[in-house]
Design a protein around this ligand. Structure first.
Ligand code: 1GP
Length: 246
């Protein structure tokens, strides 16, 4: 499956929803069960990743288990070069653009690139931009968090990502954030770029997912709600609201 084409074609038609599963938070079998449930609810891809505790072992096992159960693209969302998997359909080759630590901007990427080439995993380049409060990923990544009211800086970072040739831009409030990226910021960033815009962090209900979609997100990412085992009707409503389907 060519994941890049899949994403480009999907976002032309409307907003996508992606489900993030952290391989360190449950068994591979449980991750696969969760993936099958969200696939049935209409999620468009499974992202696998986490800020801490991802190992080559739990990553490979989780991706393989998911791929056995669902036919959706499985995209690795890495936190560094320490764990890589040849089993993903694609991986984000990403730079945390507002990190103060050059290792997160380009160091891990230099370490990982030759390994990724050997493994033959297709890459999707992505500018990763951390917005307040940033949560764990902001801390671990030593991000100079973009203030929630600083729309201009967020838009400038996103545009810089596009001019650097990045295929995707991800605005991240941090997993478990009390509030997602503000709607005004999503709109401002969306206006400044032409590549697909991912929004994640703090999206836990249908109303919020709809607000994020209407503000201009091309791809709405949710992790915590699924990880918490909230896999019922509310999650289905969230996924449908993210995609704008009744
Ligand atoms: C993390 O933005 C994602 O990269 C998911 O955040 O866990 O808050 O849904 P949540």
């Amino acid at each position: 499956m060519n994941v890049k084409e899949y994403i480009i074609e999907k976002v032309k038609k409307g907003t996508m929803h992606m489900t993030l599963l952290d391989p360190a938070k449950q068994s591979p079998e449980r991750a696969a069960e969760m993936a099958a449930i969200v696939a049935g609810m209409g999620t468009d891809a499974i992202m696998v990743g986490g800020s801490t505790d991802v190992t080559s072992e739990n990553l490979d096992a989780t991706i393989l288990a998911i791929k056995k159960k669902v036919s959706l693209p499985v995209i690795y969302f890495p936190s560094g070069a320490h764990a890589l998997s040849k089993h993903a359909d694609a991986m984000y080759f990403m730079s945390m653009l507002n990190s103060l630590n050059v290792n997160h901007v380009i160091g891990e990427q230099v370490k990982g690139a030759p390994i990724i080439k050997k493994l033959g995993v297709p890459t999707l380049s992505m500018g990763y931009i951390i917005i307040e409060p940033g949560m764990k990923v902001g801390e671990v990544g030593m991000a100079k968090l973009i203030p929630r009211n600083d729309l201009k800086t967020a838009a400038a970072f996103a545009l810089a990502a596009e001019y650097l040739g990045m295929e995707l831009v991800y605005l991240e409030a941090g997993s478990g954030a009390p509030e997602p990226v503000p709607s005004e910021m999503i709109t401002a960033v969306k206006k400044s770029i032409s590549v697909p815009l991912l929004i994640g962090g703090g999206i836990r209900d249908a109303k919020t997912a709809e607000r994020v979609r209407l503000a201009g997100a091309d791809i709405v990412v949710t992790g915590t709600v699924v990880e918490n085992g909230e896999l019922g009707e509310d999650l289905k409503k969230l996924i449908h609201a993210a995609k704008g389907i009744a």
